[in-house]
Design a protein around this ligand. Structure first.
Ligand code: SAH
Ligand code: SF4
Length: 371
């Protein structure tokens, strides 16, 4: 379903596109920079705050753009480490953005590793059998402005929390594109959004600290490899053979491993950075030692990092995580071959798991909060 907002969001404009629109109105070119500075650096929440702009220009801006296309319905600090922002869009769709603060040994929350997980679609069309987003199907793509707005909402939240407001976004270690949706199925919007996030005139967040996760849309991975942006890539592998992967990920029919893995290699060689292979461990599905051996070979060949994620139960789905012993035995096969591997066991601390769990809850929360 296509969604056209009544007014385009200001958060979807690049410096060039905004300059162009202002030029058409006869405004001097420096205005675009001023406006974006109000939005991203000074964090203005209304047009009236933009006091160095003429009143007539402010009135025109208010008529022409939506300042922020996502409003906070509520923010819930559900676990000490996970802060979920439930956001409502112009058509009343709900999305979630998550702040994950993983405390480090011996230091307080202030020094924790901080990650923001953003969504790119309302629902998802890929239909992975283990994922709650797959259950909902795709409602629509987010536009670039809605993707950027999630990060501004995180900024507002941090501004309210600490004194060091302006530096707060830079203090995040990572932005992960691992929330609801398949980002590469909404390619133009995610590239435009991340360009804004990365740009000096935008949020100024380093591309090397942004990771995009995909279920494996091969042509788009190759296209991404050509982008100058330089973001990092994670692949939702979840099966080390076609036979296993196909059972849980329908996308594997169109893009089996023989197509996916060479595309990942191309990306990795172009960028000179390790790609991450995400592998959710699901009991009785992909947790055998044969799968571990196959995964080890793939990781060695791609020189990739492997992130093992114990499956997080989704209501209404039959899957379970394997026992800790079984998880460790699986990881040991990779460790023995000196594959770079992480296996996180603390519930809620795992970023992918926390993101992967948003899905159904979003709709449930709507019943609780919006109805
Ligand atoms: N669509 C993209 C990005 C969003 S999913 C992708 O599939 O990569 C982000 C991550 O959460 C993926 O690795 C996904 O497989 C994982 N995930 C989904 N459901 C999960 C669950 N119940 N437990 C743990 N991880 C899950
Ligand atoms: Fe979509 Fe990713 Fe969930 Fe698959 S794992 S259904 S691609 S969000």
């Amino acid at each position: 379903m296509k969604y056209t907002p009544a007014k385009p969001p200001l958060t979807g404009e690049t410096l060039d596109s905004l300059t162009e629109k202002l030029r058409a109105r006869g405004e001097p070119t420096f205005r675009a920079k001023q406006i974006l500075e109000w939005l991203y650096k000074k964090r203005a929440r209304s047009w009236d705050e933009m006091t160095n702009l003429p009143k007539t220009l402010r009135a025109w801006l208010a008529d022409t753009f939506e300042l922020l296309p996502a409003t906070l319905v509520h923010g819930k600090q559900s676990l000490d480490v996970t802060d979920k922002l439930l956001l409502e869009l112009g058509d009343r769709s709900l999305i979630e953005t998550v702040i994950i603060r993983a405390p480090q040994e011996g230091v307080g929350l202030e020094h924790s590793r901080k990650t923001i997980c953003i969504s790119t679609q309302v629902g998802c069309a890929m239909g992975c059998k283990f994922c709650a987003s797959g259950l909902l199907g795709l409602k629509r793509d987010l536009n670039a402005g809605e993707i950027v707005a999630q990060l501004l909402q995180v900024c507002y939240r941090e501004d309210a929390r600490t004194q060091r407001a302006r530096e707060e976004l830079a203090s995040f270690d990572n932005i992960v594109v691992m929330g609801m949706g398949e980002p590469l199925a909404n390619y133009d919007a995610i590239i435009r959004a991340l360009t804004i996030v990365n740009a000096e005139w935008g949020l100024g967040f380093g591309a090397r600290r942004i990771t995009l996760s995909t279920s494996g849309l091969v042509p788009k991975i190759l296209q991404l490899a050509e982008e100058p942006l330089g973001i990092r890539l994670a692949i939702s592998l979840h099966g080390a053979t076609d036979e296993v992967r196909e059972q849980i990920m329908p996308v594997n029919k169109a893009y089996p491993l023989a197509k996916l893995l060479p595309a990942v290699k191309t990306f990795s060689e172009k960028h000179g950075r390790m790609v991450t292979l995400e592998f959710i461990l699901i009991e009785g599905i992909n947790d055998s030692l044969e799968q571990a051996e196959k995964l080890r070979d793939i990781a060695l060949d791609l020189h990739a990092h492997v992130n093992l994620i114990p499956y997080n139960t989704v209501e209404g789905l039959p899957w379970k995580r394997p026992s800790i012993t079984r998880q460790e035995r699986f990881a040991d096969v990779l460790r023995a071959a000196r594959v770079s591997v992480t296996l996180r066991r603390e519930k809620g601390h795992d970023i992918e798991a926390a993101c992967g769990q948003l899905r159904l809850k979003t709709e449930k929360e709507r019943e609780l909060t919006v109805a």
